[in-house]
Design a protein around this ligand. Structure first.
Ligand SMILES: C[S@@+](CC[C@H](N)C(=O)[O-])C[C@H]1O[C@@H](n2cnc3c(N)ncnc32)[C@H](O)[C@@H]1O
Length: 447
């Protein structure tokens, strides 16, 4: 589960029922000190979702008995990942807490859970959401109004002939920061019956989804595949296109579609909720690059590893007497490079801090701007010939470089030094070779 997911340590049902009294009617005692609910009971499941949204997000929600009951921890994982994506984009375009972030939710469902959760967590976010099913559309509208979010969540009716990314076709001057989607998973009723994946809330959960929510021709990979094809003509007007997927094989199919359309800037993550795993893919036509913590599944197994995008974060172990002296050493290496520009990273965080929202710290790292390779020996010769020493090309953000805290206090080989990590993160650009060559050049000098 995401590090900021409030349900990481599980849910205390007894405590929850004191904050939301209707849940008491569904509590089952498994031992003297432990209570749960019957996940096979649809009404109990709905009450649990209502209770969590009420207690933890102050949201009032009406759930329909014959539509999907969204599990809050899983939906929250997706929203938190999007927060990370937006937060990492600060490197490329200054976002302060007041600048508005525009999101799209394709198929918001009867609950409208994604925009409700996201707007509660992020006061500067606004949504345009779509829904094809008239019954779900009405209820989503009700939930948006019940929470007084009509001015921040606009809902549009889609139909079978509309593009999947309908909100991007309504006003072609409008730009969006991201799109999100939890598509219908299955290709047919038979597919639903066969798939153990139908058990979204855990092995014993019931699924209350209607056909329109669960089934789409060709299944989820065809749905997201269409989205990729539509995005080819919309391109950077939406910064990050993303979708959740219920099967790893679907993620692999979508990644094949991305690659066959030469979209190399893609990301793949997974959401783990108890025994259930979901995946999410994202892609962008911009030159914004996201750190591995967002763009790749960390600690993945070999089956998943082959679908992952290339690393945007490179870590180099180094010995130094202190982080301050390592910081100074990196600074002096960067100063020795011609035709690059660097300054203190205003978002600098110690990479060993897992929390993305930890306070920035001065003296942790740098932002490095470059236009082309000016550091390798051959590049330096070429540069001299073409530009002379005074000419300076336009510089783009290339990488952040940071000095991480020591993982081990002392190196056995030399007790006066400590083991540190210099971390390079590709932040912006189209030429991966430039980033790779910069990392290996600076790593070689810092060692
Ligand atoms: C799996 S449900 C997800 C609902 C909600 N977002 C959630 O995560 O709980 C998929 C939703 O997409 C809607 N849908 C299916 N095709 C659509 C389309 N082409 N455009 C908009 N919505 C669509 C369905 O009616 C359904 O509400």
């Amino acid at each position: 589960m995401h590090i900021r997911n409030v349900y990481r340590d599980g849910i205390d049902f007894t405590q929850l029922s004191t904050a939301y009294l209707p849940l008491r009617n569904y509590l089952i005692e498994t031992s003297k000190s432990h209570k749960t609910i019957d996940f096979k009971d649809q009404a109990a499941q709905r009450c649990l979702t209502e209770a969590l949204l009420h207690r933890d997000f102050n949201l009032k929600i009406r759930l329909l008995p014959d539509r999907l009951c969204p599990p809050v921890p899983n939906r929250l994982n997706y929203v938190l990942w999007l927060q990370d994506i937006i937060s990492a984009s600060r490197y490329v375009e200054e976002h302060d807490s007041k600048s508005i972030v525009h999101g799209i939710d394709v198929g918001t469902g009867a609950s409208a859970i994604f925009p409700l959760l996201a707007c509660t967590l992020e006061k500067s976010w606004k949504f345009m959401v779509s829904e094809i099913d008239p019954y779900s559309f009405e209820n989503a509208n009700h939930n948006i109004s019940a929470n007084k979010l009509e001015d921040r969540i606009q809902i549009v009716r889609s139909n079978a002939t509309s593009p999947i990314l309908l909100p991007l076709y309504i006003d072609e001057d409008r730009r969006f920061d991201f799109s999100m989607c939890n598509p219908p998973f299955y290709s047919s009723l038979q597919d639903v019956a066969q798939s153990a994946e139908a058990k979204e809330n855990g092995p014993n959960a019931v699924c209350t989804g209607a056909e329109v929510e669960m089934i789409t021709s060709g299944g989820e990979s065809a749905f997201v595949g269409k989205m990729v094809i539509e995005s080819l003509s919309i391109r950077g007007r939406c910064r990050w296109y993303t979708s959740m997927l219920g099967k790893l094989s679907s993620a692999a199919e979508v990644i094949d579609i991305l690659k066959s359309n030469s979209i190399d800037n893609y990301i793949l993550t997974e959401f783990v909720q108890g025994q259930t795993r979901r995946w999410a893919v994202g892609w962008s036509y911009t030159d914004i690059r996201l750190p591995d913590s967002i763009s790749r599944i960390l600690n993945s197994n070999p089956t998943i590893a082959k679908y992952l995008p290339a690393h945007n974060t490179i870590q180099q172990p180094v010995l130094s007497v202190s982080r301050k002296s390592l910081y100074e050493m990196v600074s002096s290496v960067l100063s020795s490079l011609s035709h690059i520009h660097f300054h203190d990273d205003p978002h600098g965080r110690d990479p060993s801090d897992m929390e993305i929202d930890t306070e920035p710290r001065a003296g942790v790292g740098f932002l490095v701007f470059a236009q082309e390779d000016t550091w390798s020996r051959s590049a330096r010769r070429r540069q001299k010939r073409l530009l002379g020493d005074s000419a300076r090309p336009d510089l783009n953000l290339l990488s952040s470089v940071s000095a991480a805290s020591a993982e081990r206090p002392n190196s056995p080989a030399d007790p006066t030094t400590q083991s540190f990590t210099v971390e390079f993160t590709w932040r912006q650009g189209r030429d991966r070779r430039l980033f790779d060559s910069f990392c290996s050049h600076v790593s070689g000098k810092v060692q």
